[in-house]
Design a protein around this ligand. Structure first.
Ligand code: CO8
Length: 371
């Protein structure tokens, strides 16, 4: 049975942090660090820190702002990370709460309720606990029967989760699957690192995928899908359950996201361009058949390069829409939020591509045609 992308939903935290606010806090930290370490810096045993700049951030990345689960903690120069109150076990956890809000919006958009859904996949870069699965907590909160499980493929979490759901429907294992991608990234971000303090934001997105015969006229036919992975250490987080047993214990700062941004840019762009052009050719299509590319949202320059090479011409902003100016990099949710925000002008028969790429390396493509 063919699968149909039926609807999407979005959750954003209430609070945002602008580049200006972020840089003001970072630079206050730098001043304080350099003053506190003035003698050692003078002696040459400690390197002074350099300030950040809003002009650099916007030019290098295209990011202007980001949503965050706790603005006060992020902008507290003595803390510089979100502050989260622990919740008792009988209260819904933060990731599930964000996922449920996005999922409810997706269900409502399709006029569905919990009894229509067979399974929940929670696919995100990091999970806030090991078990029980966040997906099962979302399933419980929504009142869905059937089953749920978690999976994780960094920036391709959203697309790989969708492809898993599409395959479940194709094999007859389920007829309706909710894919939920709550990306609570800011606790994984080292806000004291000049190279990366501006990169990520928090969000949750959900996609309802149904068997063709229950989807009616609405939604999007899935033409084809593609998953690709290739090992790289250029984007890495060593945070994990073994940290608690490591001897000597790792430094707190060593457990955050780190990357070689330039190398990622240089290696991932050609990989993705080749993948898209190859997949189009296999379908006897060209980029001219694609009305829109909903690309992963890590860096505006990266997206412009990929879109220009794929279209083989200058392109209009609506052909490769940008949401990272508002959201920053939202890991596995990026291409899905771009799709959620920019799809309501499609006419039946028009085609587009959702494409994620990032840590792993990983890349995922879903070719869609409007029903
Ligand atoms: N302010 C001012 N100057 C700065 C700053 C700053 N904040 N940071 C660096 N600079 C300086 C550098 O010191 C350097 O100076 P100099 O030339 O004198 O040495 C200069 O600016 C240029 O530095 P870079 O070469 O580092 O700058 P780039 O132009 O390469 O831009 C980017 C940096 C924006 C990081 C860019 O390389 C990039 O975006 N690359 C692609 C990265 C990418 O796609 N990564 C994928 C991310 S991974 C992912 O999406 C999911 C991971 C899982 C989520 C985890 C949750 C936390």
């Amino acid at each position: 049975m063919n699968a149909v992308i039926r609807s999407t939903g979005l959750w954003t935290p209430d609070e945002t942090v602008s580049n200006e606010e972020l840089v003001e806090c970072f630079n206050a930290y730098v001043e304080k660090f350099n003053a506190d370490n003035a003698v050692a810096i003078e002696r040459g045993s400690v390197e002074p820190l350099n300030p950040s700049s809003t002009a650099f951030i916007e030019k290098a990345s295209g990011i202007k702002s980001r949503y965050t689960i706790d603005k006060a903690g992020v902008l507290d120069v003595d803390r510089m990370r979100p502050r989260i109150a622990p919740r008792p076990d009988d209260e819904i956890c933060l990731m599930a709460e964000a996922g449920v809000a996005a999922a409810r919006e997706a269900l409502e958009a399709a006029g569905r309720d919990a009894s229509d859904v067979d399974a929940v996949i929670c696919s995100a870069t990091s999970m806030q606990r090991t078990y029980p699965c966040i997906a099962i907590e979302i399933q419980q909160a929504l009142g869905i029967e059937g089953f749920g499980y978690d999976m994780s493929v960094a920036c391709s979490s959203g697309t790989f989760g969708m492809i898993s759901a599409i395959n479940m429907i194709k094999t007859g294992m389920a007829r309706s699957v909710l894919v939920v991608t709550p990306e609570i990234t800011t606790p994984q971000l080292n806000f004291r690192d000049r190279d990366s303090h501006f990169i990520f934001g928090d969000v949750a997105v959900a996609v309802l995928i149904e068997a063709e015969d229950m989807a009616g006229d609405g939604g999007w036919d899935v033409m084809t899908t593609r998953m690709m992975t290739k090992f790289s250490n250029n984007i890495r987080s060593n945070f994990g359950f073994l940290n608690a047993s490591e001897d000597p214990e790792p430094e707190f700062e060593d457990r955050y996201f780190v990357q070689e941004g330039r190398k990622v840019f240089k290696e991932v762009c050609p990989m993705v361009i080749e993948m898209i052009l190859g997949d189009l050719a296999k379908q006897d299509l060209t980029a001219a058949d694609m009305k829109r590319l909903w690309l992963h949202q890590a860096n505006i320059n990266m997206n412009q390069m990929i879109a220009r090479k794929v279209f083989d011409r200058d392109f209009e902003p609506h052909e490769a829409p940008v949401v990272l100016d508002e959201f920053a990099n939202i890991a596995g949710a990026g291409s899905l939020v771009a799709f959620h925000r920019h799809n309501d002008d499609f006419q039946p028969g028009e085609k587009g591509l959702i494409c994620s790429f990032g840590a792993g390396y990983s890349a995922g493509s879903i070719y869609l045609q409007k029903r």
